[in-house]
Design a protein around this ligand. Structure first.
Ligand code: GS8
Length: 222
């Protein structure tokens, strides 16, 4: 594909694990793009025009056409730039399995993770327990493989690895150590981070934490 004629823009937000997915997928394919940082407290006309239904980032804009929802964006990137570094396997069953676990990350891991930093008391403890349970289930799915799909970094890895730079935030709010609960998953995360497409796309864990503190402060004031 003649990339110099193609315009690719990502509406993104530094701390977003969903935005990081798009960044990792594009970096892995070696695609150049323009990243437009969005202020989610004051949404831009471009974001509202490109994602009028959800009004959320990330949005991938490919030649003026918007694609929304991070996992759909990652799959789209994988299909358009299919000449290198495939993320989804060719086998239909393995593809379905990868989609299942990526969806599990959104439904279970993400759902529980929010409650660790965004609630208190019993609700927070429940969130923490469900978070550990969901990561343990993922650890089981990983087994002794290098990556979720086997020897190749793939779709489920892209879906989950952005959460790694949020671990410091979860641990600080929830007062626990993820490595004590899921050591194999931490070893997997360190392996993923050795890849340039991942290391340059993840946020800094301390900055993520600061963003969460700032968000909590501003939502208390609202
Ligand atoms: C979630 C995107 C999302 O939550 C996806 O792309 O996978 N299922 C979607 N985006 C957040 C920022 S990251 O927490 C967002 O844009 N929020 C703005 C809002 O809720 O108004």
């Amino acid at each position: 594909m003649a990339d110099d004629k193609v315009e690719i823009v990502v509406l993104d937000c530094g701390f977003s694990m969903f935005g990081m997915r798009a960044r990792i997928a594009l970096a892995g394919k070696g695609v150049q793009y323009k990243r437009l940082e969005q202020d989610l407290t004051n949404k831009s006309p471009l974001l509202l025009q490109m994602n009028p239904i959800q009004k959320m980032i990330p949005v991938l804009i490919h030649n003026g056409k918007p694609i929304c929802e991070s996992l759909i964006i990652v799959e789209y990137i994988d299909q358009v730039w299919n000449h290198t570094a495939p993320l989804l396997p060719p086998d239909r069953y393995l593809r379905a399995r990868a989609r299942f676990w990526a969806n599990f990350v959104d439904l279970k891991v993400y759902g529980a993770s929010r409650r660790i930093w965004n609630s208190n008391g019993e609700e927070q403890v429940k969130g923490k327990n469900e978070f550990i349970e969901s990561l343990s289930q993922m650890e089981e799915e990983l087994g002794n493989k290098v990556y979720f799909g086997g020897d190749m970094f793939g779709f489920v890895d892209v879906a989950l690895i952005p959460f790694y730079c949020w671990f410091y935030t979860y641990e600080t709010f929830g007062n626990f150590k993820i490595e004590e609960e899921c050591p194999k998953l931490i070893a997997w995360a360190k392996r993923c981070k050795m890849r340039e497409s991942v290391s340059k796309s993840l946020g800094d864990e301390k900055q993520v934490y600061e963003s969460v503190l700032a968000y909590k402060k501003s939502s208390r004031l609202a």
